[in-house]
Design a protein around this ligand. Structure first.
Ligand code: AMP
Ligand code: MG
Length: 416
């Protein structure tokens, strides 16, 4: 057996920041791409830089409903009278010739008539038959959006590796792009391991619990916008685990399991992956979520999450999600975090980085406050459901009293 990373050889607990670095070095973005229409491409990762073939805006146009005129024809500081010579509506430009001291009725988005450079908004004008009295705006070009003021043809508008969200889809449509090349969706196979686990909808016998991790992982993967392959609950049985791993490796880019990675487990995950691929077991300096396994099977990457429900969510969030982002070809952005004042005390033993679950709120002065959700046991999944943020506590941190300033990390798109 070879370990893909030597982290398992380390006697000390591995800091999560170090763990992320080691893991990221083990994966690369998938090379496969596909071309999709804009509406199919929502949430996907752009696989090539995109350059605009048009100017934005494509022509000089009015930013207001009002009247267009030549700035030089204003009688400065007084209201000026212009003769109305026609109109320009969005989609219906003024076609005629406009003589001196004329103005054109113009609507927002309508093209500026040739030779006209300024617009005054309707509210600052007065109509008297064919004569329009216009209060002078301060500057030439007021209320006009100039051709190419946003960007000119040939400019890069979107970089390879961005997610196509609402704004990006709109930007693409603005420059007339109908189809885009995106990275293929990642395929992630996942299963739960443990003889004690029963599927929801069945009766529990003594010592059994419902398999909840598969559903929280399903939710996380759904948010990560990958293709899901749910392989159910797999018993603590070597051949069942081997079969599940082989099915997963044949069909997925990543295999995700929960349970069976702690010391002293019925350790078939380790045996099977050692025989069929590569695996290493880590002890992370993170709470919840100390045990974690990483390996490779065929062309698939394997991540073994701890079984405790909060631990599996936190290790997914901290370790698996960055991996998925890199594999999807996404640019990694640091998590948002900021200070908040504690309104409930915190119990913590120095030793591990903790991700306690918190509820962030603000007072009328915009001061951020955070309360702990209650019991912080790594099996207490309601703590994740009640929370809207993590309270980040560094390794050496001990107990904290009400009023202490702590760093919080609001739940991001994968958790919300
Ligand atoms: P393990 O990591 O397998 O040692 O499991 C640690 C704890 O998490 C045990 O209490 C398990 O019963 C529990 N657990 C493991 N897998 C799941 C799961 N899929 N859903 C809910 N709890 C689980
Ligand atoms: Mg187990």
């Amino acid at each position: 057996m070879t370990s893909p990373i030597d982290a398992c050889a380390q006697p000390a607990l591995l800091h999560p920041v170090e763990a992320i670095k080691l893991l990221l070095a083990q994966v690369s973005p998938i090379a496969d791409t596909e071309v999709l229409s804009l509406s199919q491409a929502v949430g996907r990762v752009l696989a090539e830089d995109l350059v605009s073939c048009i100017d934005l805006p494509p022509f000089d146009n009015s930013a207001m409903d009002g009247y267009a005129f030549r700035f030089d024809e204003l009688k400065h500081s007084e209201t000026s009278a212009f003769t109305l010579a026609g109109s320009s509506f969005a989609g219906h430009p003024f076609q005629g010739q406009a003589g001196s001291n004329t103005c054109i009725r113009i609507m927002t988005g309508a093209p500026m008539p040739a030779g006209f450079d300024t617009v005054q908004m309707q509210e600052k004008t007065q109509q008297q038959g064919d004569i329009i009295l216009i209060q002078p705006p301060k500057i030439r070009g007021a209320n006009v959006r100039i051709r190419a003021e946003e960007l000119s043809s040939g400019t890069k508008v979107l970089k390879k590796g961005v997610i196509l969200r609402a704004a990006e889809l709109g930007v693409l449509a603005t420059i007339g792009v109908s189809h885009v090349r995106v990275s293929r969706k990642l395929k992630v196979a996942f299963f739960s391991t443990g003889d004690e686990l029963k599927p929801v909808g069945s009766e529990l016998a003594a010592g059994q619990i419902y398999d909840s991790n598969r559903y929280s992982i399903h939710g996380l993967l759904h948010r990560a916008n990958v293709e899901l392959l749910d392989l159910g609950v797999v018993a603590d049985d070597k051949e069942a685990i081997r079969a599940a791993f082989n099915t997963a490796a044949a069909r997925a880019d990543m295999i995700l399991t929960s349970g069976g990675v702690s010391v002293g487990d019925a350790d078939y995950t380790k045996q099977v992956l050692a025989e069929e691929g590569e695996i290493s077991f880590w002890k992370l300096a993170i709470k919840p979520g100390k045990p974690f396994a990483f390996g490779k099977l065929g062309s698939a990457v394997f991540c073994g999450l701890p079984g405790n429900p909060v631990s599996s969510m936190v290790t997914f969030y901290k370790l698996v999600w960055p991996l998925l982002q890199k594999m999807q070809g996404l640019e990694l952005v640091p998590s948002l975090s900021f200070p908040a004042k504690l309104i409930s005390p915190i119990r913590k033993q120095p030793g591990r980085v903790e991700y306690q679950r918190g509820i962030l709120s603000y007072d009328s002065n915009n001061q951020a406050y955070v309360a702990i959700t209650g019991g912080q046991g790594s099996g207490m999944l309601t703590s994740m459901s009640l929370a809207n943020c993590f309270v980040l506590l560094e390794q050496e941190q001990g107990d904290l009293d009400v009023g202490a300033i702590v760093r919080i990390e609001p739940f991001n798109s994968v958790l919300c």
